[in-house]
Each structure stands twice: as structure tokens, then as C-alpha cells.
Design a protein around this ligand. Sequence first.
Ligand code: UD1
Ligand code: MG
Length: 448
Amino acid sequence: MPLAIVVLAAGRGTRMVSSKPKVLHPIAGLPMLFHAMGTASELQPERRVVVAGFGAEQVSHALQDYAPDVEVAIQEEQLGTAHAADQARSALEDFDGDVIVLFGDTPFIRTETLKTMLDARRAKADVVVLGFEPDDPARYGRLVLADGRLQRIVEAKDASPQELQIGLCNSGVICASRKNLFDLISRIGCGNAAQEYYLTDIVEKANEAGLACSVVTCSEDETLGINSRAELARAEAIFQNRARQAAMAVGVTLVAPETVFFAPDTRLDRDVLVEPHVVFGPGVEVEQGAVVRAFSHLEGCQVGREAVIGPYARLRPGSSIGAGAKIGNFVETKNATLEAGAKVNHLSYLGDAHVGAAANIGAGTITCNYDGVLKHRTEVGAGAFIGSNSALVAPVSVGAGAIVAAGSVITREVPPEALALGRAEQDNKAGAAERLRQRQRARKTAAE
Ligand code: UD1
Ligand code: MG
């Protein structure tokens, strides 16, 4: 039986106080909407529809890069969750199967939980609601059960004092067949405290139609909804804690786990050691036994076995660091490949570069890769030695085994095994220091 996912993401998110739609605010660098869609997508839905409204253009734009096959339905006016879900009706007109409706601001629901809902829907119920028991039910809709059966959902705003005592709450996730979902939505009105079309009313309508409703439950941390910057920060903390636990569980040492930050796709192999205060941006892979030392920032890069990065290193997108290579303090790399055993230990910038195996890049070496308009490549051969404070003006290459003298500005190809001196020759004038000092003192006296 095919599955479709509908993600409600039209709300303004007033409490975010932002000109950006709430669902595009990032958790671990990835919009919260994509977190929600990512878990649902593991169920391999045939169709995915996002209902956008506030900032719909920005949402569509973000989706184009992330998942171009996702359909976007527009909710012009935000008249409630049932009205929002209804906007997916025409997109799914020809779809025959089950639909899971999710919220774009509830990023942590696990795939297994959605799977349990889907199984319940197929085994025994027409409408399945995901419930949970929060520490503080506060503003959540309450699930009203009678004889163990779900009768209806009442929003906190509309609830009686007795109903407010109910601990079982609505997460917002609902599953029904496409046909039932949209037939029932058609019957929902807006006669409530908020004068909104509540998707939650689907339960009452289903019972009236003689359909069976059932509840699947999950833990509160899965259903965390984000409405404010404070909740966004809490979500980030939850995500990071899970990522840290997951890394340690596969054999990564985190010396101070609470100070290390991950992206959703960070991949660290076993026996990687991460010192305190390290940030992994998107697209990082670190192989077995590598060490990432304190205060380093990595994104879009690959680090080979036993390599040592940092402290205070910055690996930018397109960096590939070979096995056993060393990137030291205040070294930045961008679109640069360093082969096995290469060393760049201090204060360097390597951009658009290829550095051969076991080459040694001296302190303060800079690849001048950008001429103000175009980017150019630098090639350093295996075993080459670049003296400190050299500027390699790209496009340029230094052959294997060559030596570049410290302080050189290299603008032409250096052949393999050659010694290149690209600096002014030194000239020592005997006794000239004292003569110079006397001249300066005389000038100072004259000026006083
Ligand atoms: C909703 C549920 C409530 C549940 C809670 C869980 C309803 C009526 N209430 O309340 O039972 O306990 O979530 O967090 O469903 N949205 C639209 N268009 C709209 C309105 C909302 O797309 O017109 C989207 C929002 O962007 C958001 C989601 O639907 O992603 C939920 O809306 P929100 O206003 O946060 O609902 P709650 O009041 O939290
Ligand atoms: Mg909400």
C-alpha cells in the first residue's frame, strides 16, 4: 500500500520574531523542515507534499535544492491545521494509499514511531493519532478516550477543567487513508475558541462516520515542537546530545562531549579522537584513528586515517586530508587535497591546491589562489619542501622533491628537485647600524 507524506509548514511562527519562515530555521545547520521530512522519507513515501504559506517562496526555494521532487501546496491564509492539510487535496487527488500528516516544526519524530502508526492504521484503525504524555500538558490538545477508544481531541483553549486534567496529549501527527482524510476534513468547521479549522476534529468526525480511531504513543522528546528561539536552542541541544551519544556508541572518543557540535551527516569512524570545542559543519567524514584537536572547525571535508587536525584548524569545503597528514594551528584549507603524510603545521592558507605525499609546507605559506576575478590552482609535488612565509602565486606548480627557500614569492614553475629562491638577495653593510643610529639621533635633536 503506497504512502504519502503531507508536511504542514504554512504557519508564520510569530513567536520566532523572524522574517524567515519558522520551518527554515536550522537545527544542526539543517532547516527543521528537512529534519521532519528526513525521518518520514525513510518510509519511502511515494509522494511528499509540503504545505507552505508564510514565506512560501523561501520554502519552495529551499526545497528545490534539498528535494526537487517534493510538491509544494500553498495555503494563502492560515485558517488552521485542517485547512492547511486540505491544501494538499488536489496534489493527492490521483493518489491511492495512506497519508501521514506531520508538522514542519516538529523535527524529532522517529521513523520507527511513524512505522508503528502506519502498521496500526493498516491493522486496526481508520484514523491513527500520535499521542504522548508530557510533563506539563499546558497548551497541547488532549486525547479524550472512552472505554480505551479515542473519542475526540479537544484543544486546550476549548477544554473543560476536567478535560484539562487529561495527561495524554496530541502530537499533531495523524495517519489515515487519502480518501478518509479528505472526506473527513470536508466536514470540519471552525466553531471553536480560535475560529480555526482544527485537523484534530477529524477524530470526532471519524467516530460520527462509524470509523475506528486509535492512538499510538511516543516519548515527549520526539514530539518537541519549536515555536520560539528558546525552543530552537533546546532542540539544538537535544539533537547535539543524541549525535554525541551516537558518535561515542560507535567508538569515537569525545573528550568533552558537551562542547562538540555535529551536523546531521557527520561521519566519524571508530577510534577517532575529538578534543574539546570542535564544530563539524555539513559533509564531514573522518576516518579511523584520526585526531581532531581542540577548537577546530570542519565542513565539507574528508580526513584520512591517523591524520591530526588542529588545534585551531579550519577545514573548508573540498578539503581532503590524506592518511597520517598533519594540519596544525591556524591553518585554513579550502578545495585542497593533501596526500598521505603531508604536513602543514602552522599559520597557512591552502586553497585550490594539491599537495603531494609527505610534502612539508612551512609556517605562514600562502597559496595566492584568487586574483580578484578568477581562482587558480597550486600544485606541490610529493616530498617538496616549502620554506616559511612563502607565497605561491597560482597558477603555479612546485615539482616533487623541490625546495622553496623561506620568504619566496613563487610565480613560475619550480622543476622537480630544484631549489627556488624567489626573494631579494641579502646585503650586509659592515658597521652601518651604528652610523644609521647616529644619524637618527641627530635628526631627533634637531626636531626638539
Ligand atoms: C497543534 C494541535 C494540538 C497539538 C499541537 C502539538 C491542532 C488544531 N492542534 O496545535 O492538538 O497538541 O499542535 O504541537 O491541530 N499550520 C499551517 N497552517 C495553519 C495552521 C498551522 O500550516 O493554518 C502548521 C504550522 O506551521 C505548524 C503546524 O501546522 O507547523 C501546527 O500549527 P500550530 O499553530 O503550531 O498548532 P498548535 O496550536 O501548536
Ligand atoms: Mg505548535
